[in-house]
Design a protein around this ligand. Structure first.
Ligand code: C5P
Length: 289
């Protein structure tokens, strides 16, 4: 019997271990250098094949109409690109915040591309899915790539890279950051000197900086507060265009101690959690290479 459901498909979170803005393209997008790190925490998606060609989101996401949802847009894009006559019902269990810098929406889109390429038997290669993904957002190709990566361009030129095997504590400071506004802020520095991949490979946690952090903290005081608090325990940094901040720990028990401290001295508006660094996207096996 042909498989017509794919349940419990993970859409992992990412961190940007550093994020350098090295230039700006004529189309307004920014040239970046970053290292993307996959985490063992994320959203969970469920897919059920439909024979009538309809694409439906069957779960609610307050504030995001289905038509705008990256999950629906990813399904439509693959369906039209591959000339597929089948449709799908998609349910999303959201755990990652929106506007958090954890790549939630992008990861959901990538999981949709990976799952539907399998369910619909559209047979696209990883490279083709990454190219489709880029049309949905700059972070989507990374999740399709499926390994921790050094990224350049707008985030789509990816090389697999080894990253520290550690735990991360993440603080969600209770605000959503508008990515486009942060990138277009007049105070953003766009001239960080390009590094080589080997500069990162030799270093561990703490390499580089996040150029978007100065802009985001100026606009959103809760991000500064979260950085200040988390910075008591190690080097705290913002991920992506924010709002979440993170700190690395070699041992799980050290991460646990920070979670305990958050219960006592953290702000009520925060969500604080730990996640383990993972090497591969859990759905990587759906593609051959
Ligand atoms: O690609 P994504 O939808 O994540 O980007 C959101 C916005 O962030 C873009 O519309 C653009 O304004 C800005 N951006 C940028 N340079 C990048 C990535 C995003 O200027 N490399």
């Amino acid at each position: 019997m042909a498989t017509d459901v794919l349940n419990n498909c993970p859409a992992p979170a990412k961190l940007n271990l550093f994020l350098h803005v090295t230039g700006r393209r004529a189309d307004g997008y920014h040239e970046l250098q970053t290292v993307f790190q996959l985490l063992d925490r994320g959203d969970v998606l469920h897919f059920r094949l439909r024979e009538d060609g309809e694409i439906r989101r069957v779960s609610d996401l307050p504030g995001v109409p289905a038509e705008n949802d990256l999950v629906v847009r990813a399904a439509r894009l693959l369906q039209s690109h591959a000339g597929c006559a089948q449709g799908v019902d998609i349910a999303v269990e959201k755990h990652l915040p929106m506007g958090g810098g954890l790549g939630g929406g992008s990861s959901d889109a990538a999981t949709t591309l990976l799952a539907l390429n399998h369910l619909w038997r559209t047979g696209l290669s990883r490279t083709e899915l990454m190219q489709l993904g880029l049309r949905l957002g700059a972070d989507v190709p990374f999740f399709v790539f499926g390994q921790n990566a050094f990224a350049e361009g707008v985030g789509e030129a990816l090389v697999a890279v080894a990253t520290p095997d550690c735990w991360y504590v993440v603080v969600e400071p209770g605000v959503e950051t508008p990515t486009a506004q942060i990138f277009s802020d007049p105070h953003l520095t766009r001239d960080t000197k390009a590094v080589r991949i080997s500069d990162f490979s030799g270093a561990s946690v703490g390499f580089g900086k996040n150029d978007l952090q100065a802009v985001a903290t100026r606009l959103f005081a809760p991000i500064s507060e979260a950085l200040g608090w988390l910075g008591q325990f190690g080097q705290a940094r913002m991920t992506g265009s924010g709002a979440c901040v993170f700190c690395a720990f070699a041992k799980e028990q050290d991460a646990d101690a920070v979670l305990e401290a958050a219960r006592v001295t953290g702000k009520p508006a925060w969500k604080v959690w730990k996640a383990k660094a993972i090497e591969r996207h859990p759905l990587s096996h759906l593609l051959q290479s």
